[in-house]
Design a protein around this ligand. Sequence first.
Ligand code: T46
Length: 136
Amino acid sequence: MQANVQPLTLPLHGDDRGKLIALEALSELVPFEVKRVYYIFDTTPGTVRGNHAHKNLKQVLICISGACTIVCEMPDGTKSEIRLDWPNRGLLIEGLVWRQMKDFSKDAVLIVLASEHYDEADYIRDYNQFKKECAK
Ligand code: T46
């Protein structure tokens, strides 16, 4: 699978009652069947999470409350930082991408839609191993 990191702008349905965002599997925004949803919240100030890559997993990350920053390193070493600070701002990550999540605001809730069930064997948690995989 080609490594890909793609910011997404999720369509917002707003009126005088408030705002609503709909996410649909196999759509342009979530281009896979969602098998798992998890969320990260109540993070310790200053913490950095992630520090791993996935072999096969596809995910869409959305900070539905507060804000956090996602740092991605592509197989060619290119790095990008994406600030997720509004519920209609998402990030699609697929393929071999080293990721970190940092600078969580106190109220941050990061929700993640994932293409597969949890499988520790899909993780590359060793950075040197990641670089070796990238060189293949
Ligand atoms: C990712 C980033 C964005 C489970 O038991 N089931 C699950 O579905 C998940 C995601 C985690 N866990 C367990 C495994 C660990 O014992 O929860 C604990 C914390 O997981 P981890 O240290 O991998 O969490 P993060 O925040 O570093 O990474 C997570 C996801 O694991 C990862 O796939 O891409 O969020």
